[in-house]
Design a protein around this ligand. Sequence first.
Ligand code: NAD
Length: 529
Amino acid sequence: MRPEFRNEPLTDFSKEENAQAMRTALQKVASQLGGEYSLVIGGERISTGNKLDSLNPSNRTQLIGSFHKATRELADRAVETAASAFESWKSSSAEQRSDLLFRTAGILRDRKHEMSAWMIYEVGKTWAEADGDTAEAIDFCEFYGREILRYAEGQPLTKIPGEENRLEYIPLGVGAVIPPWNFPLAIMAGLTLASFVTGNTVVLKPSSDAPTIAYKFFEILEEAGLPAGVVNFLTGSGAEVGDVLVDHPKTRYIAFTGSKEVGLRINERAAKVHSGQRWIKRVLAEMGGKDAIIVANDADLDEAATGVVQSAFGFQGQKCSACSRAIIDTRVYDTMLNKIVERTEKIKLGDPAEGVTTMAAVINEKAFKTINEYIEKGKAEGGRVLTGGGSDGEKGFFIEPTVIADVKPGATIEQEEIFGPVLAVIRADGFDDALRIANDTQYGLTGAVYSRDEEKIERARREFHVGNLYLNRKCTGALVGVHPFGGFNMSGTDSKAGGRDYLALFLQAKVSAEKVGATNKRAEVGTAI
Ligand code: NAD
């Protein structure tokens, strides 16, 4: 018997031995930067000569890894290969698959700091953010490894005399796994692990901004004993090979996390039935957010300010759960602004390889431009920049943590996902107004309320329409098993990663009814379905 699931502890870098271990891992990874990586289809390493480069956002000329781009033909071959592998993998036992996840967790744990170091270089995570990402990936292995054993147990059915009935969960088939770059290990791993632990086979197309960490994870899967073809590693442009994977008649489902625009496009394309296709494709699409923290007039303002600043600027505001709107009761508005600015100005912007850095560069040039445009738009629409607003794209894509006050409900930066270090502060005329503003968005991912009033807290539980609501704490930092994660409305298809319902999304239930002994009259007369 395995012990009950527990979250992987985070590393305390204030202890010198831990800080030293991270520095050693960073040095080791630094000596491996700039490598060349192939596609892997059915275990075969394939090079196309047409490359895409992954660069360090905080040091834009530093090459992290060079990847061969798949052609449309290779994307097609990857789906065909996964379809062949499915014929045997679907019959593997739940124990075998779950053991594979536990072995993967063990290897990840042994290489924890090394995996974090790859993220520090490739996507600009600080030590603490990278450590949290690696811990979450380990959690997904441990959690889904246990969950599949629960799904494999006999499932409860109502008994009738004369029949022995069973409900068994069976896999779906080939999944196209399309993750984002912002949790380059945890989300990429979570989507992939949930796919194959349930007996499906996978074409994994990592984000072009984070292919190296995905490749390192793929190598760990191979080391843990994953048979060739169960997961196929396919780098390439999302727009080019993404469509092939989504359209392919042998793709059974798409497990996507990313922007609303791409998610909706995938959902629409997946609905079309192609020649030879025998099923309706399932789409799991977890998408963006426009997450708000409400601060009521009776809140603990210090706690609230700390929660807002951590949620707004952790990983440069590039979390789907990031607080991009602080909606503050007018009675505490000015005090809160001072507290927010004071905390924001303590953030240390710099190279994430340095342990003291608390914020680094945004992911790439495109994001750098878009975020700066949003800051300008915020000002043009009447917002007041209280701190930040500056940026420097010379060495890396650095944008200061930016607080824009007096943003009007309905303004562009109050409505659109910015995905960068920009916090819009909005004045609310009491709690009703705050809830109304918070809910006036097409998204519904996370949200938080700071208040000492139990009635307000209860109202928020009922009326604040988000998938993950936090009360008197920040709105980021969901833990596997503790806070199953996923949003409403345009934030996604209502799944909850890291929760007990999650693996069911990768499975289908088959019922078999066997007649044994004395006849059951009601079943035999057969007036039901
Ligand atoms: P993105 O939509 O740009 O890309 C996501 C993935 O889709 C990448 O692998 C990309 O290569 C691929 N892709 C791009 N075009 C495609 C196409 N036409 N067909 C198929 N695949 C295609 O998103 P991103 O910039 O990587 O990630 C940031 C977004 O992800 C934000 O909107 C954020 O809120 C969201 N996100 C949501 C959650 C959640 O759980 N709801 C978690 C993390 C991130």
